[in-house]
Design a protein around this ligand. Sequence first.
Ligand SMILES: [Zn+2]
Length: 448
Amino acid sequence: MRKRRMFMALALAGLCFLTACAAPEDVKMNAQPQTRQFGEIAISSLVEGQPGCEISGKIPLTGVEAVDNTLMQWAMGQVDAFKQQAGDLPTMAGAPCSLTMEYQPIWYNTDTVTFYFKQYQDLLGAHGAYLLDTFTFNLESGQQTTLQDIFDPNTDYLATLSKLALQKLREQPESYDEYMASVGLTPKEENFAVFAPEPEGLRLFFSPYQVAPWAYGMPEVLIGWDELQNVLRAQYLPVELRLTGSPKEEKLIALTFDDGPHPTNTVKLLDGLKKRDVRCTFFLVGERAQEQKELIGRMVAEGHSIGNHTYSHRGLNGLSLSQVQEELNKADEAIEAVTGQKPKLLRPPFGFWEEEYTPFIGKSVVFWSIDPDDWGHRNTSYLVKHIVKNAHDGDIILLHDMLPTSVDAALQVIDQLQKDGFTFVTVDELMEKRLADANPSQSFRKLP
Ligand SMILES: [Zn+2]
């Protein structure tokens, strides 16, 4: 059955693989970073007996058989249904008759992609009809992801989606109609069937007439994963909210230092850490790594963790993914030349970061949960008080080891918090202990 279907599809399709395809001239929807280039298969055909009635479009070819079969069968089903409708209509010169299909990949992480399809069918109507569909696949397993895979089936996730989608639409009042939305967002599976999991949350797409009149277009909303935390399955929870299942026996906390090392202050810090048998995490700027070879070597030898803080301490916001990757790769190379290891952690300078890049950089993006503003407050006792007062299990503390006040404060904080039962760990150790799945495609401020 599947074979026959495939054969029909190819026979009717103007076949075009990879490079043979024309450049994608279709509408550019939001540009998303891509990890893989897909091939494409073109569908184009005339409806029999209906000259001037044209079917055209493209379907992605991922190379994963289960995925490609699903998409092909679906697309050909759409084409067949359209042809049947068109065939049932009387042939009239000049009457509109066309189907166009376009798609866009939307990435959740390097393995999970959603294909967002938009069809425009024009058949004798006053205006044509847009049909929206999404398919989410894991490209490793070939499995399709459904809402039930994302949400905990023991919760009333449809009611939550319904409520939050309406809230989001109300934030863009020109995009929806209150009455239509009250009908179109009732908590039913089919009202939320067109979705894409994205790094920041779940995107929902609405067809014309679902929540708004035709003239309003096709609104979409993005609901943050944190807003859905009570109804999500664990793997879609933001890292900070994930429970690992293992009971917490100890209070863990991580000290992190950016922008160093400094020829004297860092030495004092390393001496103090060694005396206390404490390891921490240093985020280094690539272009300065060579000058500080010796101190960095000592950090590594004494068990501290080294992270990437870009090559030139550049704010990474507003850059393209490839510019970000270039900046990070240069820093990786400079740091690896000194330490022999490629950093697995990134601390973006100033905390400026485009969250949608996280899945593509092969590193964990480490922000912080305690920032005493040590540049602003060069006062050891203030810093100590601030940190100790705010310290909780799983926190990540931001300091700078070029500041002598920060170095003194860090050592005093260790003494006080150790008495309170805290164990100081590197960010890597914190991840290892607190994340069931420490894959690099994540960013966090603290850990559960
Ligand atoms: Zn910095």
